[in-house]
Design a protein around this ligand. Sequence first.
Ligand code: G6P
Ligand code: MG
Length: 223
Amino acid sequence: MVKFSDIKGFVFDLDGVITDTSTFHSQAWHQVADKVGVNWDAELADALKGISRMDSLNLILKRDNRENDFSDDEKVQLATEKNDNYLKLVNQMTPANILPGVEDFLIDLSDKGYLLSLASASKNSPLVLKHLGLGHFFSKSVDPATLKKGKPDPEIFRRGAELLDLDPSQCIGVEDAAAGVQAINSAGEVSIGIGDPKVLASADINFVDTTKLNLGNIAKAMG
Ligand code: G6P
Ligand code: MG
């Protein structure tokens, strides 16, 4: 692993790292799964973390071999319905939805001169950041609409480093999704996985939740 002193920037995922919108995405998809009669469970919810909107719908339909039962138009309609469900939840968000310790961590990183960028697959991330009052930390954000491939492909994390004019090896990527940790590792950045260490086994550093996310613990973990 690279040395902690080589690190100059942090590339953040949003949903499930900065705020608990991953549960909102799950709730909104669960409603769609119920509507089309696809069985919902925690494993499916985990598999959707970090996955783009249309890819998520296709994964849900594939679950019960239903991917060929809907036309492209019907799929767009289902994805739109999910997003409408999701936005109802997002529009009730306030800074109280920032996960514990995250705002202090962002302030500390900025104060110490680390560069920050956002690598979220969500087209709703500007709106979510606005509700949280954290938009000013992320003037550098990868636009997911411009990506050729989604997570676990490394493109989004490479672009996150590029926006900071840093080499990936000078960056730490922070993720809650297995697909996201894989993307960070393939991009050549140090990966921090937030959540269940069994699900995030390939992360360089694991913290069970965001309360442990601080520079002291990261420096310690990097040795
Ligand atoms: C994030 C979430 C996924 C979501 C994706 C696209 O990666 O973890 O659950 O499907 O963003 O989000 P969007 O808001 O564009 O539908
Ligand atoms: Mg996430």
